[in-house]
Design a protein around this ligand. Structure first.
Ligand code: COA
Length: 271
C-alpha cells in the first residue's frame, strides 16, 4: 500500500528546510508516523528532482531523497503552494545548496581555493514559473544561510538562471569555470581562501586545470566532454577561455551532456 501524507500536513510553512534526516522541522510522531512522513517526503522530493533534471536537460537526476540522505552537508529548501490540490497543498519548487571545496580562477588568472555555498539545484514547476516563486525561495535561502547572491557559486547555471540572477540580484554576468561552476566577478572580493595559495602558485597551468577538474560539482568536470561546446579541445594555456568557459558569459549549459561525463576523483581535495 502506498502511503501519502498531504503536503500541508508534512510541511507546515510555505518554505521548509530539509536536511539528510528527511524529517520536516517541527514534525512529531512515533516511529511509524516518522517513517510514513519520510516516505511521502521522499516521493515529493524525487518527483520535483526528476522534473528539475528534465527541465535542465540533465541525463541524471541531481536531487533525490536518497542523495540528500547521504549528504549531511546539503540543505534542501522546499516551496509549497498551500492552496493547491483543493487545500491539501502542493510542493512547487526546490532549491538545494551545500558547501563545496573548489579551485576557481579569478579574472586575473589567479587560482583560488575556496569553499563557497553552492547552488546545486534550483527548480520551480514549469506552470508556476515567472510568478516570483523562485525569488521567494532564493531570498529565503539567502537569509537563512546568511549570504548574498554574489557570494554563491552556481553549479551548471542555465540561461534561465542567468536571467534570474541578473533581474533579481543585479548579477550582470558570471565567470564560468572549467569545473562547470560559475561565480559573479564580485565573488572574489568577498571570498576568503581556505588556505594559503602558496601550494598552488608553483603549479603549472595544466596542473591547475587538473585541480579544477578534480573538484567537480554535480555535473562533474569537463575533463573529457562528450559532445556540444564541451567537446572542443581547450588548450591548457588558454586560461581566459578556461575562466570564461570559452563562449562568452553564461552560455546555456547542455547539462545532460555535463552530467553524463565521468566523475573524476578529488585528487587534490583534502575533504
Ligand atoms: N526564460 C527566461 N528567463 C526566465 C524564465 C524563462 N523561461 N523563467 C524565469 N526567468 C527569469 C527571468 O529573469 C524572470 O524575470 P521576467 O519574467 O521579468 O523575465 C525571472 O527569472 C522570474 O523570477 P521568478 O518568477 O522569481 O523565478 P521563477 O519562479 O521562474 O524560478 C527558475 C526561476 C530558474 C528556478 C525557473 O525558471 C526554473 O525552474 N527553470 C528551470 C530549471 C532551471 O533552469 N534551473 C536553474 C538551474 S541553475
Amino acid at each position: 500500500m502506498e502511503w501519502s501524507v498531504p503536503v500541508n500536513e508534512m510541511l507546515r510553512d510555505d518554505i521548509t528546510k530539509i536536511t539528510h534526516t528527511l524529517v520536516p522541522p517541527g514534525f512529531h510522531g512515533d516511529v511509524r508516523q516518522v517513517r510514513v512522513v519520510q516516505e511521502s517526503l521522499s516521493r515529493t522530493i524525487d518527483a520535483l528532482g526528476e522534473q528539475s533534471a528534465q527541465a535542465q536537460g540533465l541525463s541524471k537526476v541531481i536531487t533525490t531523497a536518497e542523495k540528500l540522505r547521504n549528504a549531511p552537508t546539503h540543505t534542501l529548501y522546499l516551496l509549497k503552494d498551500p492552496k493547491a490540490k483543493g487545500g491539501r497543498g502542493e510542493a512547487i519548487g526546490l532549491l538545494k545548496v551545500g558547501r563545496k571545496h573548489l579551485f576557481l580562477f579569478d579574472e586575473r588568472d589567479t587560482v583560488r581555493e575556496v569553499e563557497p555555498l553552492c547552488v546545486l539545484d534550483f527548480y520551480v514547476r514549469a506552470d508556476r514559473q515567472r510568478h516570483g516563486h523562485g525569488r521567494r525561495l532564493f531570498d529565503h535561502m539567502l537569509q537563512e544561510e546568511g549570504v548574498r547572491a554574489e557570494q554563491l557559486a552556481v553549479d551548471g547555471p542555465s540561461a534561465k538562471m542567468e536571467q534570474f540572477l541578473r533581474k533579481n540580484y543585479g548579477v550582470e554576468r558570471l565567470l564560468r569555470q572549467n569545473n562547470n561552476f560559475a561565480v559573479a566577478p564580485q565573488f572574489f572580493a568577498t571570498s576568503n581562501d581556505v588556505r594559503s595559495d602558496s601550494r598552488l602558485s608553483g603549479l603549472t597551468t595544466q596542473r591547475k586545470n587538473q585541480a579544477n577538474y578534480s573538484l567537480s560539482g554535480r555535473s562533474t568536470p569537463a575533463a573529457a566532454p562528450a559532445v556540444g561546446r564541451f567537446a572542443a579541445h581547450k588548450p591548457p594555456s588558454a586560461i581566459a577561455t578556461v575562466i570564461h568557459g570559452g563562449g562568452g558569459y553564461f552560455p546555456e549549459v547542455s547539462a545532460g551532456t555535463a552530467s553524463s561525463r565521468p566523475r573524476l576523483e578529488r585528487a587534490m581535495n583534502s575533504h
